[in-house]
Design a protein around this ligand. Structure first.
Ligand code: FES
Length: 170
């Protein structure tokens, strides 16, 4: 059975073929790994943050699909020189989907993962410095963070999903 190619727009295809800010960042201030429960793909997000809480650089590594690579790439460009507060408030998955010119419905979760990884990195920044979280950072995890699971949570979720399949076969 042949698969229909997904209707990606030219902007997505261009960012997929020539992603910006792809690769490990050696001098990152914070590193966050996030996994997608819908497909099992992973992403690592790196931020270099100044003393004044400005994002100086952002990079990513993705083991996801074209939509994930393209959305991650655009997020790293959108947040450059932003304050953490502005990045937290302004970068939502809806805004990212708009910025990239739309995603096929079945690929929305790939864009959500990119934003979830960013939000996890910002939250982790305050946790790892052991300082009080600023008032703009909600205690409750956002939708995007909930959708972007940590590596261990993702492994658990996927193994639970696989178990009934394995039991059926045995
Ligand atoms: S299908 Fe997994 S990130 Fe897109």
């Amino acid at each position: 059975m042949s698969r229909m190619p997904l209707p990606y727009n030219p902007k997505i295809m261009d960012l997929f073929r020539n992603p910006k800010n792809l690769g490990k960042m050696e001098d990152a201030t914070v590193v966050a790994v996030a996994g997608n429960p819908a497909c099992g793909d992973m992403i690592t997000f790196y931020l270099k943050i100044s003393d004044k809480d400005i994002i100086e650089k952002a990079q990513f590594e993705s083991y996801g699909c074209a939509a994930n690579i393209a959305t991650s790439s655009i997020v790293t460009e959108m947040i450059k020189c932003m304050s953490l507060e502005a990045a937290w408030n302004d970068i939502t998955w809806k805004r990212v989907v708009e910025e990239i010119g739309g995603l096929p419905d079945v690929k929305f979760h790939c864009g959500v993962l990119a934003v979830g990884a960013l939000k996890r990195a910002i939250r982790q920044y305050f946790t790892q410095r052991n300082v009080e979280a600023p008032s703009w950072l909600p205690k409750e995890h956002t939708f995007e963070e909930k959708q972007a699971l940590e590596e261990e949570e993702l492994a658990k979720t996927l193994s639970k999903r696989l178990k009934p399949e394995a039991e059926k076969k045995s």
